[in-house]
Write a protein that binds this ligand. Sequence first.
Ligand SMILES: [Zn+2]
Length: 412
Amino acid sequence: MNIYTIIILAAIVAEFLLSVVANALNLKSLSKELPGEFEDVYDEDTYARSQQYTRENTRFGFIAGTFNLAVLIAFWFAGGFNWLDQWARSFGYGEVITGLIFIGVLVIGRSLLSLPFSIWSTFVIEERYGFNQTDAKTFVSDLLKGLMLSILIGAPLLAGIIAFFVYGGQWAWVWAWLAVTAFSMIMQYVAPTWIMPLFNKFEPLGDGELRQAIEEYAEKVDFPLQGIYVMDGSKRSSKSNAFFTGFGKNKRIALFDTLIEKHTTEELVAVLAHEIGHYKKKHIVKNMVITVLHTGIMFALLSLFLQVPALFDAFFMEQMSVYAGLLFFGLLYSPVESILGIFMQRLSRKHEYEADRYAANTIEKPEEMVNVLKKLSKDNLSNLTPHPFYVFLNYSHPPVLRRIEEIRSAWS
Ligand SMILES: [Zn+2]
């Protein structure tokens, strides 16, 4: 058997098994008893529901994951990639267009296969726990807008990358790297103004107590506020959130309407202080630098593997091509990506602590930061007692109890 077949197959199966183990441990660590810290916000009923929600999502994730793995392996060993390649080539276009057809069909196929799962998750699971507010019309229009964006933005980018590797010679990976980096910078800039408004309404936060409190805080910490927006998150879900987008003049803070509805002014300022903390501690820039370096390394490795016939043999291909190489390299690289992902999550958790600490140190009443975390956990039915191994693999934010401990230690 081809060495790449063995490596890739072993890696994806191992990754799947690892996630099964982590999920099993996570379910086992669901504690019957409500952690004392939360006694003032949870009642027994809500706590039981939050555990049920974790159980149900875990089960669902297992079914979806098994299905995806089975489809990939079946398609691969039935010679699906070569069959599709031969079909795409039969139109007689050059490598770039043929590549767009080849990858386009795979992307569409994958989306169609995941569609029933996404419908189930939104309209059955989220609905059952009272989160879902999406109607069929929003769901379908989201799908269509997503498709339109893939065609308008994703396809030209992919065509560009293929073209660099077909025509760019030895330094193609550098060109591809520069192009993708420039592209993602531009996207960060235009996403808040052009793309996000396609999906949600953003309205400037009106005058009043909240706006005044936020402006006072921003002035105190010397943060130039360019825009505070309210986003109609309630269009899709009752879950709440806040986030920061863009940079330069397009920088804006968006608060979900659902967040504003459920929290006091002081708690909302605490949320905002946390977001500003990310900015002040330069987390956004740090992440960007890491991503840019990672992209460069990936393209350099890709350019090496595009020359390896054995990688194409592993997928039973009759002919080599840049576009198929892109996909196979992606599969070969995915375990590396997962390991890097673990480091990135770890870094992200560290950043969350830093942003929390920043918030606790700069707002009037640090206890508000604790309150808001507790209320958010309750409203989103978060798992209060995740297993450490599961956290290690999957959590971009530390478990809420740990965050509370850290915040308390920051001001005591
Ligand atoms: Zn954060």
